[in-house]
Design a protein around this ligand. Structure first.
Ligand code: HEM
Length: 147
């Protein structure tokens, strides 16, 4: 009996010590970032979305001459940051990044549709996808000059 109690107390403490010693926080599956599939899925979804947006006639004009890989990496970092993935977003504000592009509401909506489709194609749950989209929606007022 006493042995069992020792085990139930010591094992979790030991596990925490090993994690701390390894310098790694235990993975937190409760974050939105984790529910989105973490780095592999977010990276894949953003790469596919931006590649599509750069070729889709509804959105392509803004991406002329833009280094797609750089934009993709920056958006992945931003999503990681706002969804609890522990990254620090180091890019421009949304207003500054898009100000010279004069993006229309129809272009914004088309890109969000592509993003939604790519999250679906990657098998991300509707709950996680919608939670992220809800966080991105208010950015529209900074990205689309006329609102
Ligand atoms: C919620 C929607 C959007 C988000 C979260 C978003 C996010 C971002 C981020 C994080 C960057 C990089 C900023 C930096 O590294 O300093 C960026 C750049 C860019 N975005 Fe967006 N964006 C969105 C909508 C759009 C739309 C609708 C378009 C065009 C149809 C667009 C076109 C671009 C382009 C062309 C760049 C590169 C600008 C440059 O390098 O000068 N974005 N965006």
């Amino acid at each position: 009996m006493e042995m069992q109690r020792m085990r139930s107390v010591c094992l979790p403490v030991l596990a925490a010590c090993i994690c701390l010693a390894a310098g790694a926080a235990p993975p937190d599956d409760s974050t939105l970032y984790a529910r989105l599939g973490g780095e592999p899925t977010v990276s894949k979804v953003i790469t596919r979305t931006i590649e599509r947006a750069a070729h889709d006639p509804r959105t392509q004009r803004s991406f002329d001459g833009v280094k797609l890989a750089t934009v993709e990496a920056s958006i992945v970092q931003q999503i990681c940051s706002i969804s609890g993935g522990g990254c620090k977003y180091e890019g421009e504000t949304m207003a500054r990044a898009h100000q010279s592009l004069n993006i229309r509401a129809s272009e914004f909506d088309a890109l969000v549709d592509m993003l939604r489709e790519e999250f679906d194609a990657a098998g991300v749950s509707a709950g996680a996808k919608n939670e992220l989209l809800k966080q991105l929606a208010p950015m529209k007022r900074d990205i689309v000059p006329a609102g």
